[in-house]
Design a binder for this molecule. Structure first.
Ligand code: IMP
Length: 196
């Protein structure tokens, strides 16, 4: 079975293929499926945005499509940046700029607890939908540490490992990350669906 990934991120494509190839599922890129669309993420929840992306690519390609929507939710900021994680502070900022803004907005605020969330959704042309959510709890460090990963990884501290996400190897991060957990849950649901 072939799924189209509703994303232009080659890292996500590899991660999905690594996990789903064991089910005999091949995940291809939008380009492989002849699709090139930018879906506006107008939802207010990870579930809504993940569904919007998967639905749009499924309709454009005529093939089952899979999407993930993820972000960082910080308790003392009432869950911000949340679904706006990729756009926090506006279009002009890069990953480091958004991370600096986050630290600035948290100055003097407690608690520093936070979680990463990922929701994976797969839409099938017959209208069926499978969705799975993964979360990873942690705290926000006072300063960036580590060189790995992307986004907010340098300030996302995992207390039981005493390291930020940016100080973990890709394997260590995938084993506990929100996306790794959502993908594992998704894999179980997809396997059940395929064996129905
Ligand atoms: P999406 O591609 O619309 O799901 O946006 C997700 C955004 O959330 C990214 O651009 C990052 O800013 C942030 N994010 C999601 N997952 C991670 C992660 O594993 N590490 C660091 N930042 C992440």
């Amino acid at each position: 079975m072939k799924l189209v990934l509703a994303s232009k991120n080659p890292k996500k494509l590899k991660e999905l293929n690594d996990i789903l190839s064991r089910l005999g599922v091949e995940v291809c890129s939008e380009a492989d499926a002849g699709v090139d669309i930018d879906v506006e993420e107008t939802g207010t929840t990870f579930e809504e945005n993940s569904l919007l992306k998967a639905q749009a690519v499924m309709e454009a390609s005529g093939l089952p499509a899979i999407a993930d929507d993820s972000g960082l939710c910080v308790d003392c900021l009432n869950g911000a940046p949340g679904v706006y994680s990729a756009r926090y502070g506006g279009e002009g900022l890069d990953d480091m700029g958004r991370t600096r803004l986050l630290l600035e907005n948290m100055r003097g605020q407690m608690p520093r607890s936070a979680k990463f969330v990922s929701v994976i959704t797969c839409c099938f042309p017959n209208g069926d939908v499978i969705s799975a959510r993964g979360e990873c709890p942690g705290t926000i460090a006072f300063a960036p540490q580590g060189e790995g990963g992307f986004g907010y990884d340098p300030v996302f501290f995992v207390p039981h490992l005493k390291k930020t996400f940016a100080q973990l190897t890709a394997e260590e991060k995938n084993a506990i990350s929100h996306r790794g957990r959502a993908l594992e849950a998704f894999k179980v649901k997809l396997e059940e669906y395929l064996n129905k």
